[in-house]
Unconditional design. Structure first.
Length: 258
C-alpha cells in the first residue's frame, strides 16, 4: 500500500470527512485525528424511528443524494431539493418528508452502539436484510480510520477502464498519493501520516455502497463490486486504528514506522 524507503515518498493527496453517515461528505485541507477517529466524521446519523436502526446508503441509497458539511463547526445538511438545514426540528421534518417515513438526526456520542442494515445480495436491493452493530462513539461500520491509495485506484482503472473509478465510491478519510513502487502493508504495521501514527488493522472489505449512483455523474455500476470481488478478494483500501493523534494536512508525508 505504501512506498518503501528507496522510492519517492508517499504523500497525502486528499482528506475527507463525512459529518452524517452515508451522506456526501467534504474534502478538507486538514483533519484532526483523535484516538477514536476523525473529528467531525460520522458523528451524526439518520435514525429510522420505526426500526430503531441508523440508516446507511447500503440499504437507503438515497442518502448519497444529500450532503453534509461543517461550517465553522455547525452542521449544515443540503437535501436534493437544494434546501439547507441546520440540526434541529426543521431538519428532522425535512428528512422525514423526503424519505417518506419518520426519522430524526442522531448524535453518535450519546447514541451508544448503532445497528446498521444492508441487503444480503448487493445486486438486489429487495433481497433479505442483514444487520450488524457498529462502533460506539461514531457511526462507523468498523475501524476508526480508512485509507485509500492512488496506486489502488490506478490499478483498478487499468483493469476495467470502462468503469467509473472515483474515490467518492470508497469514502476514505485519507487518500495517499504514491508512485506505484509500493509494498503490501500487513496487519499491525505502523504508519506515520505527518505527526499522526496509525496501525494497520486489515484490508477494507467492500459492499453495495461502491455501486450506488451519486451526484456529479457517478452512475449505478454493479460491475465495480463484481470486479473488486473477483480480482481483489472483495477489498480495496485499508482499515486502521489510531496510535498517536494529531492533525493531518494535505501534502503530509506518509511513511512506514519501525
Amino acid at each position: 500500500m505504501l512506498d518503501d524507503a528507496t522510492s519517492r515518498p508517499a504523500r497525502v493527496a486528499s482528506l475527507w470527512r463525512y459529518p452524517v453517515k452515508s451522506m456526501q461528505g467534504e474534502r478538507v485541507d486538514e483533519l484532526s485525528v483523535e484516538s477514536n477517529g476523525v473529528a467531525g466524521d460520522r458523528v451524526h446519523g439518520v435514525l429510522n424511528l420505526e426500526s430503531g436502526t441508523i440508516l446507511s446508503a447500503k440499504r437507503e441509497g438515497r442518502l448519497l443524494e444529500a450532503a453534509a458539511e461543517l461550517r465553522s463547526g455547525v452542521l449544515v445538511v443540503t437535501l436534493p431539493s437544494g434546501g439547507e438545514y441546520r440540526e434541529g426540528g426543521r431538519l428532522d421534518d425535512a428528512l422525514s418528508n423526503w424519505l417518506g417515513y419518520p426519522v430524526t438526526l442522531a448524535l453518535a456520542s450519546t447514541f451508544g452502539v448503532a445497528t446498521f442494515e444492508s441487503p444480503e445480495d448487493f445486486e438486489r436491493d429487495d433481497s433479505p436484510v442483514v444487520s450488524w452493530e457498529g462502533q460506539g462513539g461514531r457511526f462507523v461500520d468498523e475501524s476508526a480510520l480508512h485509507l485509500l491509495t492512488s496506486h489502488e485506484m490506478a490499478q483498478l482503472s487499468s483493469e476495467r477502464p470502462d468503469l467509473q473509478w472515483d474515490v467518492r465510491r470508497f469514502r476514505a478519510n485519507v487518500v495517499v498519493e504514491d508512485d506505484g513502487d509500493v509494498l503490501d502493508v500487513v496487519a499491525h504495521q505502523r504508519v506515520g501520516i505527518g505527526v499522526v501514527e496509525i496501525e494497520i488493522e486489515k484490508p477494507c472489505s467492500r459492499c453495495v455502497m461502491t455501486t450506488r449512483p451519486q451526484p456529479g455523474g457517478l452512475e449505478r455500476e454493479l460491475d465495480v463490486l463484481r470486479h473488486v470481488t473477483r480480482a481483489h478478494d472483495g477489498s480495496v483500501g485499508t482499515r486502521a486504528r489510531v496510535l498517536r493523534p494529531g492533525v493531518v494536512r494535505d501534502g503530509d508525508e506518509v511513511r512506514l514506522v519501525g
